[in-house]
Write a protein that binds this ligand. Structure first.
Ligand code: ATP
Ligand code: MG
Length: 396
């Protein structure tokens, strides 16, 4: 393993060309790196930023070798990359994060069992290999969520079960050979913590982000998280311990639940930039995208200080599927609000097309502004997307 920095002028290859790749590529470009990308979609969001786009599946070993041969370092923006592809790329370029961490994280069963073996705090869960296993788990846990092992995101590949009579339906819906059944956690609030780690083991941890989901999809995120300093430290310690133990090089996002009785539980891990840290572009001294570039290129990690409270709200394809077009002019008239679109042509329900952001004097004001901006942008989606304004707790 090389510890020499990869300096501007070098080429970074991306496995995956969605919005996370695109925003990282924009940061890398502004630092003077060249960008190549591999994605199954020839019109992927990163294409516009890359000097070379390879259209191939994430199982295509030859295409990965082709990418790696022209790159100095390879990173990824999606964890569903076949291990053979990561191995093949590793023969020709540095791959960061490396195969071992990605291999654990990309399979929900493997990830949960690894976290349990390492004694990190988790909610109750069971691995199910049949409809009977699901029924038994729900019998034991009560209200549960069955989650597929691979490829689930934004609440897809998940079935909520109130009691065991729905087990057969859940098994059929997931259509898998195995799944995880989790007990429904009594959530007080959700946070995530982002950690950057270099190959030397040097780490930088961000202040937690407070997050709100509607039907399994992230609605908004805000930093600072409006939580007390003890919980902040607990969550940051947990996230850095996980990042160190799994040996990530790049970014690790740790999604957490805080329960009504004060437990801090790990929900899941992501070895890449994370939707809940899009506010770092404006709210942090170093955006998560620049931080990923620094980590994989072995440059000093940037400061994770909050420079301004900042909030984001996701803008989904639903916004373009209403009778009225999105009211962009109205949304941008809100003080400090900004619109970031990912350049995706086809709007589909639930598809992440972009986000709005806003800063403020505190988390409450930043969140109020961005939610107000969203409600102006798309009044038609407000009924089924939870964009009402919560009152965040304050700590003195
Ligand atoms: P993404 O990739 O978008 O983060 P995902 O599809 O992998 O999401 P999860 O993170 O597992 O899905 O779940 C999405 C959301 O559903 C969580 O953030 C939480 O709001 C809710 N949720 C998931 N698991 C549980 C649980 N065991 N108890 C209560 N709520 C849950
Ligand atoms: Mg999640």
């Amino acid at each position: 393993m090389s510890f020499a920095p990869i300096l501007p002028g070098a080429t970074i290859g991306f496995l995956g060309g969605g919005q996370l790749g695109r925003m990282t590529a924009l940061a890398a470009r502004s630092m003077g790196y060249d960008i190549h990308v591999l994605d199954p979609d020839p019109h992927c969001a990163t294409r516009a930023i890359a000097s070379r786009t390879i259209t191939a599946a994430f199982t295509d070993v030859d295409a990965a070798i082709d990418l790696a041969k022209q790159c100095d370092v390879i990173t990824l923006e999606i964890e569903q990359i076949h291990p053979d592809v990561l191995d093949a790329a590793t023969q020709h370029a540095l791959v960061r994060p490396g195969r071992d961490a990605v291999f654990i994280i990309q399979d929900r069963i493997r990830q949960k069992e690894w976290l349990r073996t390492q004694h990190f705090p988790l909610g109750a869960f069971a691995v199910a290999h049949s409809r009977e296993d699901i029924a038994n788990a729900v019998q034991l846990f009560g209200a549960s969520i069955a989650k597929s092992t691979h490829g689930g995101y934004d609440g897809r590949g998940q079935v909520r079960l109130a009691d065991p009579t729905f087990a057969a339906d859940a098994w059929t819906t997931l259509g898998a050979l195995a799944c995880v059944v989790e007990q429904r956690v009594d959530i007080d609030y959700e946070i995530s913590v982002l950690v950057a780690r270099r190959s030397s083991g040097d780490m930088a941890v961000y202040p937690p982000s407070r997050n709100h989901h509607t039907s399994g999809i992230l609605t908004w995120a805000v930093t600072p998280a409006a939580i007390d300093v003890t919980m902040t430290k607990r969550a940051q310690l947990l996230a850095t311990q996980i990042a160190d133990r799994i040996g990530i090089v790049g970014l690790l996002a740790v999604e957490c639940f805080v329960t009504r009785d004060g437990q801090l539980l790990v929900n899941e891990l992501a070895p890449r930039p994370h939707n809940t840290y899009h506010h770092s572009e404006r709210g942090s001294a170093t955006s998560q995208f620049e931080q990923l570039v620094r980590a994989i290129c072995d440059l000093p990690l940037g400061s994770t200080d909050i420079v301004s409270p900042c909030a984001i709200v996701n803008v989904l394809g639903d916004v373009w599927l209403q009778e009225a077009p999105p009211a962009i002019v109205d949304a941008l008239a809100v003080r400090t609000s900004r619109l970031h679109l990912y350049g995706k042509a086809a709007a589909r329900a639930g598809r992440k097309m972009g986000h709005l952001s806003a800063t403020g004097s505190d988390a409450q004001e930043a969140l109020a502004r961005v939610l107000h901006s969203y409600r102006l942008l798309s009044p038609g989606t407000v009924a089924h997307f939870d964009v009402h304004e919560p009152t965040l707790p304050t700590f003195t």
